[in-house]
Design a protein around this ligand. Structure first.
Ligand code: GLN
Length: 471
């Protein structure tokens, strides 16, 4: 089977008549069936995606082309698709079927995308290794001893394994960029408010954003272009004009900010540190400017994120009561025990830990000390980031502190797992767009990702900067 890295190549073959959408879809279905142990898909919409492909082939025969003609997509299991089950990889949504499609799904379908299935993830998108799914872990297709990253682990594994061309994930603290880095893909967390959250299962509503995974910056840009823009169903969605993300500009010289405190390499894998330094040198040699900046507040990003995101999660997840929808305990005898038993039996351990932490930080007597103070630190982090981005075009960091780790390595220690997000949470705390691009391979054979964080709503520029990084 021919491996395509860009949609443009697929479309060229479709135009030339050497490929049909149906063949392409059948190839993906065969690839999925050949490696069931990867466990990327919770459900494959086999008959449906074949029908979509046949409809696309008929449209092509009539000369009808759309932006995403030929693109086969997987969607994370926290994104609503009308008439399909979605569960956020949790038992608590047992049997729940979506009554409508997320705005992003509607927009992608309207441009010709074909949806092949729903993808495994950490329960309610809480995690960094996909070990928190109620439906089993996802293996990294590059080396199955390693985690694919999380929480959008299925989304990353599926694209890396050639099960679909691109996928959607969500990113509350790094859940697109970290698995993209661990699976050798490009992944974007757009500016907060760039893409509608309508139809996305909420985790931390002031952090959550949907974004794409693909093998090329071009396809990530194209998918973002199709999904972005105002939505009457989401009032946090910006009305700012989207502009043109494709074709990507490639002729400019940029100013990259590099954080001084990071250059010492403390806590970084030495090979990653060396590869990062080498990339910085390459950028300089290519005529870009590197500006060393100090970011003394960086150590506060993780604690702030885990206070604010758990607070929002505890509120958002209060709706899973066993009464309205999803799982209801068979052992309940009255309303109180319906709540308690359904939630106790329906939620996994990590989700319960988050709900308890969030409830604690919001509780009377502690609210000001934790939640209130967290909000202030969040503002400081945003102000400092914007100050840096006034003098530079983007902040350059590694996406993670090392490559993917092995199963079980961090799952017994929540703090170690939370530290995974050290470079990614800043973009969610500040609402800024950030992209992860593969940039080196470790001697353990696993890919490494580099991250760019840019100005609010400067997605077009982020893609151009990412191209400069890859050049
Ligand atoms: N790993 C982070 C967490 O567990 C980020 C999750 C996400 O972005 N959805 O909260």
């Amino acid at each position: 089977m021919k491996q395509y890295t860009q949609l443009a190549e697929i479309q060229a073959d479709l135009r030339a008549g050497s490929l049909r959408c149906e063949d392409l879809v059948r190839q993906y279905l065969a690839a999925i069936a050949a490696r069931p142990e990867i466990n990327a898909f919770l459900e494959v919409f086999e008959a449906e995606v074949i029908a979509q492909a046949q409809a696309q082939d008929a449209a092509i025969a009539r000369g009808e082309w759309q932006l995403l003609t030929g693109l086969v997509l997987g969607i994370k299991d926290n994104i609503a698709y009308k008439g399909h089950v979605f569960s956020a990889s949790s038992k608590i949504l047992d049997g729940f079927e979506s009554l409508f499609s997320a705005t992003v799904v509607e927009r992608l379908l309207a441009e010709g995308a074909m949806i092949i299935g729903r993808l495994n993830c950490d329960e309610f998108a809480m995690g960094s290794s996909n070990e928190n799914s109620a439906f089993g872990r996802v293996l990294n297709p590059i080396n199955t001893d390693y985690v694919p990253g999380g929480s959008s682990g299925g989304s990353a594994a599926a694209v890396a394994a050639g099960f679909c061309h691109a996928s959607l994930g969500t990113d509350t603290g790094g859940s697109i960029r970290q698995p993209a880095a661990y699976c050798g893909l490009v992944g974007l967390k757009p500016s907060y408010g760039r893409i509608s959250r309508h139809g996305i299962i909420a985790f931390g509503s002031s952090f959550d954003q949907v974004g794409p995974f693909a093998k090329s910056i071009e396809d990530v840009a194209l998918l973002t272009q199709v999904m972005a823009g105002p939505d009457a169903y989401d009032t946090t969605c910006s009305t700012l004009e989207v502009g043109q993300y494709v074709p990507i500009a490639t002729d400019k010289k940029y100013k990259f900010a590099v954080i001084k405190e990071l250059l010492s390499g403390e806590g970084l894998d030495p090979e990653l540190q060396a590869a990062f330094q080498q990339k910085v040198a390459q950028l300089k040699a290519a005529g870009h400017e590197i500006v060393e900046v100090s970011f003394p507040y960086l150590p506060y990003a993780i604690p702030t994120y885990y206070i604010l995101a758990t607070a929002e999660a505890s509120s958002n997840l209060s709706r899973y009561s066993g009464v309205h929808y999803g799982y209801r305990s068979g052992n309940a005898t009255d309303l109180e025990s319906t709540y308690k038993k359904s939630r106790t039996e329906g939620f996994g351990e990590e989700v319960k830990r988050r709900i308890m932490m969030g409830t604690f930080v919001l509780s009377e007597g502690y609210y000001d000390a934790y939640y209130g103070r967290g909000q202030k630190v969040r503002r400081l982090l945003r102000d400092k980031s914007l100050e840096i981005l006034q003098q530079t075009d983007a902040i350059l960091t590694p996406t993670t502190t090392g490559t993917a780790f092995k199963f079980g390595e961090k799952s017994d220690d929540p703090i170690q797992m939370y530290l995974e997000d050290i470079f990614t949470v800043l973009a969610n705390l500040t609402g800024l767009p950030a992209i992860s691009v593969p940039f080196a391979t470790h001697s353990n054979g696993m890919p490494l990702g580099i991250q760019l964080m840019g100005r609010p709503f400067a997605e077009a520029e982020i893609f151009a900067l990412a191209k400069a990084l890859q050049a």
